[in-house]
Design a protein. Structure first.
Length: 150
């Protein structure tokens, strides 16, 4: 989480929803490439896609972060997650850094609509059931099998 907040170039876009979904994308890519998630988050298919309160809860409880209450361009309230502690540890393994850098690179130019379309186009969301847990590791296994057939 610290790595993404520190390195994402558009800090004003790091709402709790966007950061949560970026972490989901990192977990999905890790499941695809390494057969395990980067985090221990138990992802839920909430309404239209992946969401959990874990990221927001961490931002509220961890002194490395602050949650700023702001308004989006439509005048609706939003919470942006920022680093409160500029010295916060963001060390990750090389493999994790590659995944997180990939997520940043693939999402930094996307406004909300194309960003959310990317998230919703992932295999776990396309095949998931609303309200159910998303098993990213199992989904990655199935996805790799399907890709091997095509």
């Amino acid at each position: 989480m610290t790595y993404l907040v520190r390195n994402y170039p558009h800090k004003h876009e790091l709402s709790k929803a966007r950061l949560t979904k970026m972490i989901y994308l990192a977990d999905w890519k890790s499941a695809l490439e390494h057969r395990h998630q980067m985090t221990d988050i138990a992802w839920q298919f909430n309404h239209f896609g992946p969401y959990v309160d874990d990221v927001h809860k961490t931002a509220l409880e961890d002194p490395a972060f602050a949650v700023k209450s702001e308004y989006n361009m439509f005048g609706k309230p939003k919470e942006t997650i920022v680093l409160a502690d500029k010295q916060a540890d963001d060390r990750v393994s090389n493999a994790e850094a590659q995944i997180l850098d990939h997520v940043i690179e693939q999402t930094k130019r996307l406004h909300w609509d194309p960003f959310i379309k990317l998230v919703y186009s992932t295999y776990p969301v396309l095949t998931g059931v609303r309200g159910a847990r998303l098993n990213l590791v199992k989904s990655a296994e199935i996805y790799r099998d399907i890709e091997g057939i095509l």
